[in-house]
Ligand binder design. Structure first.
Ligand SMILES: NC(=O)c1ccc[n+]([C@@H]2O[C@H](COP(=O)([O-])OP(=O)(O)OC[C@H]3O[C@@H](n4cnc5c(N)ncnc54)[C@H](OP(=O)(O)O)[C@@H]3O)[C@@H](O)[C@H]2O)c1
Length: 292
């Protein structure tokens, strides 16, 4: 599989990485299956694993942790913090480390930074950025990251406020047509040496009839790596096969894909572009919508 450099970290990762949100009961994946999928992913060369404190009340992190306990050195672990306050973020980090059975994560990401208000909360006085810098000094995390799938301008503002090491962004072919992270965010991030991780590549299921072209489209963008949510061995196998035989899309292939996909560019196929709740009561939510 093709590998690419990951920002300024000195690391390189294969183009296909693992979205760890869906290895849970809620997606019909048992614990034994989850462990087998993650072990196979590592055996086949995947190194980058994304998860989050908020996924399925901790089940996603806990299951990943059952592999981390045996194979920590083979895995790059990125987890996310949902609570934007300093104290709340610290508590979530400690819980993440316990669930993941490790003493440090490679990246710690501010989760779903969908608005300027939420960015203010993360980066302002008493916010999670203070907890992140302290945790980095203590060796609990290595790199500080940010994620968003709603508005690329909010993440551009984030880069102006703080030199984030990486950003997880929505880069599906549907995203090309509305608030495009590929068009608005990637050029700036790449100029500044910020590592970029693509998500929403299969449109949360809207593009599962177009798996090959959707993955090829994303791999063809100037991103560092791409995470795909996988909940079965069959999905892992298919996505690995596409990644291993990847050749960049030609301009003509890209144009044809755009023309054929345009009818799907509708709000109901892109729920991650909608507004999210700003209610502080939801900073430690028991459950979140599937696109978070
Ligand atoms: N704000 C954030 O930071 C944020 C938000 C959401 C997700 N994430 C991360 O991103 C990862 C990817 O999630 P996403 O939201 O971007 O979703 P996605 O990858 O666009 O879609 C994932 C879904 O596509 C389907 N799929 C995957 N491979 C397939 C294949 N070969 N054939 C057919 N279907 C296939 C599966 O759905 P079905 O089998 O159910 O149809 C899978 O659950 C998550 O695991 C998580 O780690 C981050």
């Amino acid at each position: 599989m093709q590998t690419r450099p990951f920002g300024k970290t000195g690391q390189s990762f294969p183009i296909l990485s693992f979205g760890g949100q869906r290895i849970v009961d809620g997606h019909g994946c048992t614990e034994d299956e989850a462990i087998e999928i993650v072990n196979t992913a590592i055996d086949r060369g995947i190194r980058y694993f994304d998860t989050a404190w908020v996924y399925s009340r901790g089940q996603a992190e806990t299951r990943l942790g059952k592999v981390v306990a045996h194979r920590r050195d083979e895995m790059w672990i990125a987890t996310k913090v949902f609570n934007p306050t300093r104290e709340g973020a610290r508590r979530q980090l400690e819980e993440s480390l316990t669930r993941l059975q490790t003493d440090h994560v490679n990246e710690w990401r501010f989760h779903d930074v969908f608005s300027y208000e939420r960015l203010d909360a993360f980066t302002g006085k008493g916010g999670a950025l203070e907890a992140a810098q302290q945790a980095r000094d203590e060796g609990l995390i290595q790199y500080i990251s940010i994620s968003g799938h709603r508005d690329p301008q909010v993440l551009l503002e984030a880069l102006d406020r703080y030199p984030f090491d990486s950003a997880l962004i929505a880069v599906s072919v549907l995203d090309h047509f509305f608030r495009s992270f590929a068009e608005e965010f990637l050029p700036v991030a790449n100029t500044r040496g910020v590592a970029t991780i693509g998500m929403k590549v299969l449109g949360l299921g809207s593009l599962t009839h177009e798996v090959e072209r959707s993955l090829r489209y994303a791999f063809s963008l100037p991103v560092s790596t791409v995470i795909v949510g996988m909940e079965s061995m069959a999905q892992l196998e298919q996505n690995l096969t596409i990644a291993e035989s990847f050749t960049p899309m030609t301009d003509q292939e890209r144009l044809t894909f755009f023309q054929e996909i345009i009818p799907l560019v509708k709000p109901e196929n892109m729920p991650w572009k909608a507004d999210s709740s700003s209610d502080p009561e939801e900073w430690d939510p028991p459950a979140r919508a599937s696109w978070i």
